[in-house]
Write a protein that binds this ligand. Sequence first.
Ligand SMILES: Cc1cc2nc3c(=O)[nH]c(=O)nc-3n(C[C@H](O)[C@H](O)[C@H](O)COP(=O)(O)OP(=O)(O)OC[C@H]3O[C@@H](n4cnc5c(N)ncnc54)[C@H](O)[C@@H]3O)c2cc1C
Length: 336
Amino acid sequence: MEFLKKNPHFKGLSSLFKRGIFVNYPHSFPKFNHMTDNKNFEVIIIGGSYAGLSAAMALGRSLRKVLIIDSGRPCNRPTPHSHNFIIQDGENPGTIAEKAKKQVLNYNTVKFHNDLAIRGEKTDTGFEITTQTGSIFVAKKLVFATGVKDIMPDIPGFSECWGITVIHCPYCHGYEVKNERTGILANGYFACHYAQLVRNLTKNLTIFTNGKTEFTPEQTGKFARHNILLIEKEIIYLNHENGKIRQIVFEDHSTFALKAIYSRPTFEQHCKIPEMLGCELTEQGLIKTDMFQKTSVANVFACGDNTSPMRSVAYAVGAGNIAGAMVNNQMTEEEF
Ligand SMILES: Cc1cc2nc3c(=O)[nH]c(=O)nc-3n(C[C@H](O)[C@H](O)[C@H](O)COP(=O)(O)OP(=O)(O)OC[C@H]3O[C@@H](n4cnc5c(N)ncnc54)[C@H](O)[C@@H]3O)c2cc1C
């Protein structure tokens, strides 16, 4: 409290002082022990998967005091093999993240905290993040690398096959089921988009709309020209064994045997804190950022799946790397 009396411009911090929480400003608050205080960081990264770890590496290499808070629920956890990311092609996705985490934690200014961030508030000096276990952390900058949550459709068997034989991306998993009897479970624009991409990988293609089709005559003309079947019947379940699909079973109890299905479930932001802080979302429900991963709220950055429909490990790593560098760049500008 003595410090506040001598430095009235720090008055906004008084509530944090009362709660025993100090804010780390290495240049304005020299008494603060940069390395040993465990609640105060220069940057908090929420989400410690590919995008978050990549941001943390750029920041750790810049000697920034960083906390990664991660709840351990990356979107690709059901998939046994991750593809299309050089050096790690075919590797288990958890193994890629573990290797990354080990490398990032070699930078001793970076800390990892397994927990769920549940609340974020702006303070006079930065942000305060509260977690499910009751911890409170403060930092001047935030990076959200929180990904998205895929919402499984109400079709029994779908979620069990998700990431194994029900796949979202031809680049990630299409090669493994090339030339196989394949389905597209979609309607309208997305069915058409998948059809033109997947036809390159297999000519044995059927679109399942699970209800009335929503195609233009031009689109149905294209399907007919490329021998792509259209089935409107309603699906009651996917028959599978340990995620390996055998058949689609329809309402009329007829079946269709196949090896893989492409589908793009709807999604929601995995973490609602960016919205709580006022970050603008796009029409698609993604966090709006500029090319430097800055959100519409000052000092808040976002990267990875939560900001882009280009869902891939390579993209998340690239965007995380930019976010980390840009946070550090902003801090060096402010400090210089
Ligand atoms: C089934 C499936 C298979 C895929 N296969 C491939 C593939 O083969 N190749 C490829 O390149 N891409 C693949 N992808 C896409 C790839 O997995 C994603 O693009 C990538 O995981 C995005 O990384 P991210 O770090 O942005 O988000 P995520 O990996 O989803 O990680 C987000 C992290 O944030 C954490 N988090 C969220 N909210 C909070 C909170 N409030 N507090 C603390 N932590 C929080 C989560 O627990 C999670 O650990 C696949 C996706 C799916 C769904």
